[in-house]
Design a protein around this ligand. Structure first.
Ligand SMILES: [Cu+2]
Length: 162
């Protein structure tokens, strides 16, 4: 009788482990970070690299976070000589055994209406949601990104011309 009970318990544990396995996303996330923002600004963005170790493609369809009112998947695109930001339609697909990079100037997770300060070094909790209903928790470090300074060769040239 004791043995029977133990077997049932082990079997239940195995089932639990298997069902959890089924909902793990199998996406490896690396280098996740959130851009620190100057005071007064209410929006920021998160970036990361997504590796798909599956045989099938996976699509990131949404991200949830407690730090912002709204979280959207965005991309930057050149249009009429201007850099424009827009919502990604249909999510971000990651091909089988491929990787997709979310980075400044490209795909990003937009955090709109921040509810808390983003302190450099602190970790922000994000939940990635995929098209197969799997989810993945990510901890993204708040980082101060170097502003791209405009190079000044034009000024040098001006001086040479005089
Ligand atoms: Cu954006």
């Amino acid at each position: 009788m004791k043995n029977y009970k133990l077997t049932v318990t082990l079997f239940t544990m195995l089932l639990l482990a298997l069902s959890q396995q089924a909902f793990a996303s199998d996406i490896a996330v690396s280098d996740a970070y959130v851009r620190a923002i100057p005071p007064g600004q209410t929006n920021s963005a998160a970036f990361m690299t997504l590796h798909n170790h599956n045989m099938q493609s996976k699509t990131l369809v949404g991200v949830e976070s407690m730090v912002a009112d709204v979280v959207e998947l965005h991309e930057h695109k050149h249009e009429d000589g201007m850099m424009k930001m827009r919502r990604v339609e249909g999510g971000i697909e990651i091909a089988p055994h491929a990787m997709t990079e979310l980075k400044p100037g490209g795909l990003h997770v937009m955090l709109i209406g921040l509810k808390q300060k983003l302190v450099p070094g602190e970790m922000i909790h994000l939940t990635l949601k995929f098209d197969d209903n799997s989810t993945q928790d990510v901890h993204a470090e708040v980082r101060k990104l170097a502003m791209k300074m405009k190079k000044k060769p034009a000024m040098k040239m001006d001086h040479n011309m005089h």
